[in-house]
Design a protein around this ligand. Structure first.
Ligand SMILES: [Mn+2]
Length: 199
């Protein structure tokens, strides 16, 4: 039996209009248009490495800067993941991935806990901009995602020098770790993976 845990979130504010669809049981097919080239690149990699089918269309106020667009897509992605997971029955719950990219090593460890938290350690300075993407928005995206998905999320750059590699390694590792955590564990496929009986 093949299941497809999927959802769509449409979120409109005076700053952005986001239409996001995710299938957690997809094949890594993505179609991303955010108006920020580097951020498109990151969401493509997140979807591909997570094996999520992900469609994102955002019309945001990027004439101001990328902040609202990146944060609001983080909110929508978190809401979409939470909605697609439903009562979380059968999921593995935890995921951890160390991802090397050339000289950079990133670690992402997460728990689909219902208790939102972000620990973010960029491991030192990064270039302020990567293309049209403000590098500091990575933390804003991760926080918005974690708090709206109900995920305890730890992200750390262990070491590295190139900012493009560092941010890219984070998004790839996030996809890989989330893929592990949402996977159905066949040993406990009908259970809520918490001693409390609720996540
Ligand atoms: Mn790249």
């Amino acid at each position: 039996m093949e299941q497809h845990r999927s959802s769509n979130i449409i979120r409109e504010t005076k700053e952005t209009s986001v239409d996001l669809t995710i299938d957690l049981d997809g094949k890594g097919r993505t179609d991303i248009t955010t108006g920020i080239g580097f951020f498109d690149h990151m969401l493509n990699l997140f979807g591909a490495h997570g094996r999520f089918d992900l469609v994102v269309n955002c019309d945001g106020d990027i004439q101001v800067d990328g902040h609202h667009t990146v944060e609001d897509i983080g909110i929508a992605l978190g809401q979409a993941v939470s909605k697609a997971l439903g009562d979380k029955r059968g999921i593995t719950r935890y995921g951890t991935f160390f991802l090397p990219m050339d000289e950079t090593l990133a670690m992402v460890s997460l728990d689909i806990s219902g208790r939102p938290y972000l620990v973010y350690d960029a491991g030192g300075d990064m270039a302020p901009m990567i293309g049209q993407y403000d590098t500091e928005l990575t933390e804003e995206f991760l926080r918005a995602f974690a708090f709206n998905a109900g995920i305890t999320l730890h992200v750390k750059i262990m070491y590295g020098t190139n900012s493009h590699h560092k941010v890219e390694a984070i998004f790839k590792a996030l996809g890989r770790a989330l893929h592990q955590a949402v996977a159905i564990n066949q040993e406990t496929a009908n259970e809520i993976p918490s001693t409390k009986g609720l996540l």
